[in-house]
Structure formats: structure tokens, C-alpha cells
Ligand binder design. Structure first.
Ligand code: ADP
Length: 341
């Protein structure tokens, strides 16, 4: 038993120094490495914080500012939109810019509609006032005794009928223009002969022309015209309005001519009269709603002031425009072009 005990203690003695040395060294290394880890963790933390500050905080602040501008409707302060490429934050900033642009457009549209509505209602009530007051006035005068007076009763009744007709035309033109201006026009595009259509319109308006002693004529080329493309009923409305005006703003003994000429790939249609003409300063405002050159004459003629506005809308739905040439005292020519079918 002694020998093994000695043997073990000898081994223990021999190993003690290296074991203590290794453990001591290990402890030293461990101690050093823990210290180093702490230091490097601290540095890494600092670097990470600086990177997050530089890369994220600044961009999150931008998002915060953008949301603030959006909430306050300060769209001009959104600045220019960044590229949608990049990381998720770039994508988010880009989406916010797009949202801002869309909101801006929608709010602009709403404001435009609102001012259009207010102006429209103002115009309409102004237009309604005159015929309503006239009808009221003449009806009251008749009922107060003028009905028994043969020198005025017939004339007063005629004035009532004329103003009622004016109201009727106004109501129809208003519903027409409201449909056209809110973009709910239903177009039925077909191929049709413009000369046949012009003849039909002339036939309809012949009695009115005769009443005003104005001659209506059709000036078509000798060769047959190609068929044109468009909404036949809408183009009829255009011709009716233009020819009706050419009769209304004419003098007894005057004429109205409807001309059609082929031009490359299209047909040019013109309504010409030798009537009162239009001063140049009014020409570019004629198609505005309720715009009239000579207000008293226009009202006397029973126009709604919407005819040329309706014409402009119908033509622009055909990608066409209305051109006007006019000389005071000599007459006017209204022209538009339709494509060949
Ligand atoms: P209105 O119902 O008053 O005729 P329009 O919109 O059709 O309304 O026409 C606008 C104005 O343009 C008319 O009031 C008139 O002063 C002028 N005008 C239109 N066509 C002619 C024409 N052929 N000759 C002279 N003036 C015209």
C-alpha cells in the first residue's frame, strides 16, 4: 500500500507545477480575453449606434417630416421623390411621396369642382331670373286687368310664351352641358354621310330661316364626299347649333351656307353666314358657358348662351376643334374637321 501511495504523491508533486502554471496562464489569458471582449463589445456597440444614427435615425426623421406635411396638406414641402429602388425605408419614403402627389391631385380636383359648382349655380340662377321675372310681370299685369285690353293682351301672352320657351331651352341645354362637363357623354361612333346630315338639318331649320327671311343653302363639291366617322346625332346637334346661330345673328335678306370640303383623310365642314359678325376681342371666349357678345340681342333671340359651349364639348369628344373667323358687319364662318371613316 505504501508504494502506490508514494507513487501517487510523486506524480502529484511532478504535476503540481505544470498544472498550476497552465491554470495560472489559462486564468491570465481568460482574464485578458474577457477584458478585450468587453472593450471590443463596447467599440462595436458604439460603431453600431453611430451607424444606426447615421443610416436609420435620419431617414426615420424624414418619414416623420413627410407624414407631418401630409397631415397639414403642405404638399409643396414634400420635395422631390426619391428612387423607389433601395431598401425598405427608401420604398416607404417613395410611397409617401406618391401618396402626397395623389392626395394633392385629388384635393385640387375637389377644389376645382367646388368652384365650378359655385360658378355654375351662380350663372344658372342669374339666367333663370330674367325669364321668370318677365313671366311673373306679364301674367300679373294681365290678371290686373290688361287681359280685357285688346291692344296689349295678345302681345303680353306672346311674351309669356317666348320666355317660357326660353326657360325650356335653358333647362334642356343645362342638362346637356352638365352631362358633357362631367364626362358622362355616351358616344355612338359610326360612319355617315355629312352631306345627307346637313340636308336633314337644313330641312328642320328651314321654317325658322324663312321666318327671319334668311336663305339656307348647301355648298357641296361635285364629287361625292367620303363618309366621315363620328357620333351622327351629336354632329347633328353641332350643325343645328351653328346653323341656328347663323340664322339668329343675321339680317333679313342674309344667307347661311353649309360647305363641306375633303382635306387629306378628313372632311372640313363650315357654316358661313353674312350676318352681323363678331368683334375680334370676343372670338376666343365664344365657347365659354353663358358668354354672349351682344347680351340684349342674344337674350331677345331666346338663346341659352350654352350653344357654342355644347358644340365645343361635342367636338372635343371627337378630337376636333371649332375654328371661328368673323368680320363685324360682314359675317362669320365656324369650321370643324371630321376624319374620313
Ligand atoms: P346663344 O344661346 O346666346 O346664341 P351661343 O353659345 O350659341 O349662345 O353663342 C354665344 C354668343 O356668340 C352669342 O350670344 C352671340 O353673341 C355669338 N354668336 C354665335 N354665333 C354667331 C354668329 N353666327 N354670328 C354672330 N354672333 C354669333
Amino acid at each position: 500500500m505504501v508504494a502506490p501511495a508514494r507513487y501517487f504523491s510523486w506524480i502529484a508533486c511532478k504535476l503540481a507545477v505544470p498544472v498550476v502554471g497552465v491554470v495560472g496562464l489559462g486564468g491570465l489569458v481568460l482574464g485578458l480575453s474577457v477584458g478585450a471582449s468587453l472593450a471590443s463589445a463596447f467599440i462595436v456597440g458604439l460603431v453600431a449606434y453611430a451607424a444606426v444614427w447615421g443610416l436609420l435615425h435620419r431617414r426615420l426623421q424624414t418619414i416623420h417630416d413627410l407624414l407631418h406635411h401630409l397631415r397639414a396638406h403642405r404638399f409643396e414641402e414634400l420635395g422631390t421623390s426619391p428612387s423607389p429602388r433601395g431598401d425598405e425605408i427608401d420604398g416607404l419614403v417613395w410611397e409617401l411621396h406618391r401618396t402626397g402627389q395623389m392626395l394633392n391631385r385629388e384635393i385640387d380636383d375637389m377644389r376645382r369642382m367646388e368652384s365650378y359648382r359655385r360658378e355654375f349655380i351662380g350663372n344658372v340662377s342669374h339666367e333663370l331670373k330674367t325669364p321668370i321675372f318677365s313671366i311673373q310681370g306679364f301674367a300679373e299685369t294681365l290678371s290686373d286687368g290688361a287681359l280685357e285690353d285688346p291692344s296689349v293682351n295678345h302681345a303680353f301672352l306672346q311674351k309669356i310664351v317666348r320666355n317660357a320657351n326660353r326657360l325650356d331651352r335653358l333647362a334642356r341645354d343645362l342638362s346637356e352641358i352638365a352631362g358633357l362637363e362631367t364626362g358622362t357623354m355616351d358616344m355612338q361612333v359610326t360612319a355617315f354621310d355629312i352631306d345627307a346630315l346637313a340636308e336633314e338639318v337644313i330641312e328642320t331649320l328651314q321654317p325658322k330661316a324663312e321666318e327671319q327671311d334668311v336663305q339656307l343653302r348647301l355648298d357641296m363639291p361635285a364629287d361625292p364626299l367620303p363618309a366621315v366617322e363620328g357620333d351622327r346625332e351629336r354632329i347633328r346637334q353641332v350643325l343645328v347649333n351653328l346653323i341656328d346661330n347663323a340664322i339668329k345673328y343675321n339680317e333679313p335678306g342674309g344667307y347661311v351656307a353649309i360647305l363641306a370640303t375633303p382635306v387629306d383623310g378628313a372632311v372640313r365642314v363650315a357654316v358661313r353666314d353674312d350676318g352681323i359678325g363678331i368683334p375680334e376681342r370676343h372670338l376666343n371666349r365664344l365657347t365659354e358657358r353663358f358668354y354672349r357678345v351682344d347680351k340684349s340681342r342674344a337674350r331677345h333671340q331666346g338663346g341659352s348662351g350654352l350653344g357654342l359651349s355644347i358644340v365645343k364639348h361635342i367636338l372635343s369628344a371627337h378630337d376636333a376643334q371649332l375654328d371661328v373667323e368673323s368680320t363685324v358687319g360682314k359675317g362669320s364662318t365656324f369650321t370643324f374637321v371630321l376624319p374620313v371613316a
